[in-house]
Design a protein around this ligand. Sequence first.
Ligand SMILES: *Cc1c(COP(=O)(O)O)cnc(C)c1O
Length: 427
Amino acid sequence: MNNYKIETKCIQEGWKPENGEPRVLPIYQSTTYKYESGEHLGKLFDLSAPGHMYTRISNPTVDFVEKKIAALEGGVGAMMVSSGQAASTSAVLNIASAGDNFVCSAAIYGGTTNLFAVTFKRLGVEVRFVTPGMTDDEINALFDDRTRLVFGETIANPALDVFDIERFADIAHAHNVPLVVDNTFATPVFCRPFEFGADIVVHSTTKYMDGHATVVGGVIVDSGKFDWVGAGKYPELTTPDDSYHGVIYTEQFGNAAYITKARVQLLRDLGNSPQPMAAFILNLGLETLALRMERHFENGLAVAKYLENHPKISWVNFPALESSPEYEKCKKYLGGKTCGVVSFGVKGGRSGAMKFMDSLSLANIVVHVADARTCVLHPASTTHRQLTDEQLVNAGIGADLVRMSVGIEHIDDIIADIEAALSKVDC
Ligand SMILES: *Cc1c(COP(=O)(O)O)cnc(C)c1O
């Protein structure tokens, strides 16, 4: 199965029916599972036998979708959670505790910035941001013996900076810590961060993976490649867990230690679990992911080229444009492609941006991105409004920035809508 191309994996991985079983992934809408003996169930609680015991921890429908996503990213295992925020939370807290810190690119999703800078701070976990343009020496100076990981976003939402995965993987590994990459915007169709040295991938599946704006969800994928024992600073993985009669994750679960601990400890304790129905709907989205990404990119590129030549547009950011400062990284990490998100500045700043958005009719103003329908958002006054001016600059977001998530409608209709709206902007 591993030799199949990504388009084939989107369809065929995960649920693989046996003789006479349903062709399509069944929904196991059950919180609980029956066992013949108490002894067997006891083994499940000791983690000495595989199987489902309670849907907060695992569920067959969810499990098949996790297997598909692990195959798409090329990892040893995946864990679905209730949202992208839950994925980032668990990915970090699985290996960082009060007193620890981690190094993080400043060009990330605004919700993640809040989570890391405000909520994690209250838990005693400190984020140290890498601001754009920092040298390797400046980044290395952020590390100390309590640094547990490095975090970045493949294509930053909404700044669209392309994360230099290889560079940050090298820096992380020189300090014996893993690189965690939020691969939401790229999806494994365009970039598989493990191929460039990343160790853990997280996604908000709410975006392109679902693709239809129907279900909020998240996932963590483990490459299985990070050497937790050799790193010598992850006792939570390499010494006994009292909550499981002294299980040592690296001994019992080998290269799936990280993802197993995330499930049996954090999902069990924090309870940010996905629903079976949500997994089923996500799976439908995943089946067409490769097809949709191609069209999102094609349409996004056409919109970016149109805007680039428009007199009322001051700048356009689309990593696959040759004029983009991100273009070289886009070629290296994304094969020269990118998702359907285009950001641009409307002349006339904040008021020009607002007038343009209010004048669109096909494209809707919604707090969403990366689904089949074209939509727009003004990050500075919505998703990123909690950020300080300095955080906005570091995240690459100006007051004139409009983020357009180009959908998979016919390109002529999308461009006609933009043209009509721009004609209403006076500048
Ligand atoms: C939306 C988003 C998140 C948060 O995901 P939710 O599913 O909304 O919790 C995290 N990272 C990126 C890049 C996102 O776009």
